[in-house]
Design a protein around this ligand. Sequence first.
Ligand SMILES: NC(=O)C1=CN([C@@H]2O[C@H](COP(=O)(O)OP(=O)(O)OC[C@H]3O[C@@H](n4cnc5c(N)ncnc54)[C@H](OP(=O)(O)O)[C@@H]3O)[C@@H](O)[C@H]2O)C=CC1
Ligand SMILES: CC(=O)[C@@H](O)[C@H](O)COP(=O)(O)O
Ligand SMILES: [Mn+2]
Length: 384
Amino acid sequence: MRELVVLGSTGSIGRQTLEVVQLFPERFRVKGLAAGKNWKLLREQVLSFRPEAVALAGEEEARLLAESLPPEFRPSIFWGEEGLEHLASWPGTDTVLVAVTGAAGWKPTLAAIKAGKRIALANKETLVVAGEIVVREAQRRGTPILPVDSEHAAIWQCLEGRKGVKRIILTASGGPFREYSLEELAKVRPAEALRHPTWRMGPKITVDSATLMNKGLEVIEAHWLFGLEYDKIKVLIHPQSIVHGLVEFIDGTWLGAMSVTDMRLPILYALSYPERMATELFPLDLARVGTLTFTEPDYERFPCLGLAIEAGKIGGTMPAVLNAANEVAVAAFLEERLPFLGIPAVVEEVMRRHQVVKDLSLEAIEEADAWARKEAEALIKRWG
Ligand SMILES: NC(=O)C1=CN([C@@H]2O[C@H](COP(=O)(O)OP(=O)(O)OC[C@H]3O[C@@H](n4cnc5c(N)ncnc54)[C@H](OP(=O)(O)O)[C@@H]3O)[C@@H](O)[C@H]2O)C=CC1
Ligand SMILES: CC(=O)[C@@H](O)[C@H](O)COP(=O)(O)O
Ligand SMILES: [Mn+2]
């Protein structure tokens, strides 16, 4: 039996994780749940899963949750950053699935690693912001970081135990604007950006897919997960989203992993690893898919991809700055305070102004993150 903590249980990945738990109740038990603001959904989850402890982002939401639960159903309730870290290191649990969104993920992930938990990692921003520190700590303690992100889960399965890797290839759907001109991109609205062609996900990652920032973040994620230099990580546009990741070996052999677009599958694999669970839930009919296509990405129409790779190569605090500026710009785009093409423009300008700290520390990350958010907000204010 795996005893789990799910951070971000009210989100897209969190809810799908709980579906996986319900499918295999003899294998997985939920001991802790953490969410941001949605205390009403967390309440439903508490009643269904009866965790020992929960956390919410704010004290007020934590109070509302406590008051809404009958005493016999009431778990220990925490809040704030500390609450999240408390849940991440909850005693008697072995695996923490990190599915909060954005930079909120890296500190609880580090806390979970320090407490000796296996990490099932959906929150790619953890490795973007603090990959060097998080991976070093996990290696020092022998704690596995198991990828949930679909491309990395695919590549992980292709790599397992194999030698002679030449490079890895992350596929990208290309997002809803794959064939748009720059003139068309200038006019797109949030509702269009939120219509992903192949996946149903939370709003931030869906906008990142539309700008290709998601793939850029995933290149940095792959660099840290697999210990590969950036020139060994390639991106290909694959609109069908059937092949999630590929590995090219030194003799010219390629291995790829395919599946339907259902995140419950990589979640299940990360939770059950090293076992593979038998299920008929994810049938793939390649004859019905018919055609699989692959093309090179366009770095001019989608500059976020290149900016992320550049930030990854520079290293130090630059990826944290890229991530923070992007989070602020995406939020402003969703609130219609910034046009779609303003997202790469803001990220690029904040990166240009940043003085990189190469010797990474927790304090340096926090300082760079806060600085980048302020710079990005100031640029957006002046935009209109
Ligand atoms: N969705 C997908 O298919 C995929 C997602 N990922 C990655 O997984 C992560 C989650 O994505 P997704 O599920 O789509 O996102 P959602 O926006 O759907 O969910 C985010 C979750 O994080 C919680 N949350 C946000 N901020 C905080 C905070 N400060 N403290 C505690 N909890 C917080 C939210 O709580 P609440 O709603 O209660 O406020 C919610 O439960 C992202 O890093 C994303 O890149 C990776 C691959 C695929
Ligand atoms: C499901 C998943 O892993 C997402 O990261 C997905 O890959 C996003 O789609 P894009 O390929 O469009 O970025
Ligand atoms: Mn992905």
